[in-house]
Design a protein around this ligand. Structure first.
Ligand SMILES: O=P(O)(O)OC[C@H]1O[C@H](O[C@H]2O[C@H](CO)[C@@H](O)[C@H](O)[C@H]2O)[C@H](O)[C@@H](O)[C@@H]1O
Length: 389
């Protein structure tokens, strides 16, 4: 990876506020390895997550609950066939979206409000990848980002500290984004890497190390689920094996998580997918399943998620306790809700949900699709240029 502390380093080194609060790391469910106890528990994050059913209890009712979640998160596709869709259906959808937008207005039409609030503040941008910077496609390997989007992200990172926060592994998402000046929080925040802030001591951040990446540049590395790596690799092999006869299943490795995609699986076979995943996981009480967009994500049960990754990066940048910082998080997925929630509850920033259908969310604003995300990023640059000219 070519993670250089280039453009953004001027901003990143501009630390006006010291970190007052110490960063708290995720307590592990139980000591499964000698290194687990290296992570201190904290009063800020006192609880760890537990799998809903206890170990060995992943039975049929569990399969059913999981299936219901899959169905409810996968509204039937509206085929773009003029003969098929009635104008009435379109109007109905638009009306529902318009009504929802009253609660979660467009970040484009509310741009003035956002920038009024951002005046004299440092914006820190957190961008999800799939469905936010790239359109959702059938094959996860083909979720390329357009050059225009890459330019928009590159430009915005010249003015604001910018991080990509993704369910994909850090390495994989970097291969799509290809911008060395950004921070990357892969594996749902469990695989953090980015430019080293010069003069910055990382000794206040337990578990954070400096490493040399492929191109020979120094990077910070924070991997709170490191001790799960072997387990995750093992589970991935089992998942591949047990699902190999289900047409359409893609098992994708994301370093500290495994994604089991069912986008291309016939709906009648979804119960088989669920059953296979639960069958494998019954022997792994330290792993859990979460739901994404037509994907089941297998990940360690630790108190760490995209929201925690946002807090970690703000702390690393020396901005966590600042009053003059405005974090903005743009994402489309259920896993992004953890970050939206942190910002909403802390009243310290804005979550922007990317969606073209009404959804329950902790985000404050919305954008319809990656095209609107690009517009928003361009507007931010334009505004910042005017503000500083
Ligand atoms: O946090 P994200 O960056 O949004 O990553 C979440 C998952 O995204 C990818 O899957 C999703 O996008 C695919 C490509 O468009 C699509 O085929 C799939 O159905 C979606 O779920 C990625 O492949 C997963 O590994 C990520 O966890």
């Amino acid at each position: 990876m070519d993670l250089k502390a280039t453009h953004s380093s001027t901003i990143l080194t501009d630390r006006t506020h010291a970190c007052n609060s110490r960063l708290c790391l995720p307590p592990i469910v139980s000591p499964i390895s000698p290194t687990a106890s290296a992570y201190p528990s904290s009063t800020l994050y006192p609880t760890f997550q537990r799998r809903k059913a206890s170990s060995g209890m992943l039975n049929e009712s569990h399969d059913g609950a999981c299936l219901d979640a899959m169905k409810s998160s996968s509204p039937p596709h509206i085929k773009l066939n003029k003969d098929f869709i009635s104008d009435l259906a379109i109007c109905k959808n638009d009306a529902a979206y318009d009504a929802w937008m009253m609660k979660c207005p467009s970040a484009l039409s509310s741009f003035k409000q956002i920038t009024n609030h951002a005046k004299y503040k440092k914006i820190v941008l957190f961008l999800d990848y799939d469905g936010t910077l790239s359109h959702i496609v059938d094959n996860p390997e083909h979720a390329f980002m357009s050059n225009a989007m890459r330019t928009a992200v590159k430009n915005v990172a010249k003015y604001f500290s910018t991080a990509i926060v993704s369910g994909r592994s850090c390495h994989k998402v970097y291969k799509f984004v290809k911008l060395g000046e950004l921070y990357y929080a892969g594996s749902h925040g469990m695989d953090i890497m980015g430019p080293v802030i010069k003069n910055e001591s990382i000794s206040d951040l337990p578990g954070c190390t400096i490493s040399i990446e492929e191109q020979g540049n120094e990077v910070i590395l924070f991997q709170p689920a490191k001790e799960f790596l072997l387990m995750i690799n093992e589970v991935q092999s089992f998942l591949k094996e047990v699902t190999k006869d289900i047409e359409g299943v893609i098992v994708e490795s994301n370093k500290f998580c495994v994604s089991v995609h069912y986008r291309l699986v016939d709906e009648k076979d979804w119960p088989k997918v669920v059953h296979c995943v639960h069958h494998v996981l019954k022997d792994y009480p330290h792993l859990q399943v979460t739901h994404g967009r037509r994907v089941l994500e297998v990940r360690p049960i630790i108190d760490w998620n995209k929201g925690k990754a946002v807090e970690f990066l703000l702390e690393y940048l020396g901005l966590r306790t600042s009053d003059d910082v405005l974090p903005i998080y743009v994402g489309d997925d259920r896993t992004d809700e953890d970050a939206f929630k942190i910002l909403r509850e802390g009243k310290c920033g804005y979550g922007i949900l990317v969606t073209s259908v009404p959804k329950q969310t902790n985000a404050v604003f919305s954008l319809r699709d990656p095209t609107e995300v690009k517009k928003f990023l361009k507007l931010l640059v334009k505004w910042k240029k005017l503000e500083t000219s």
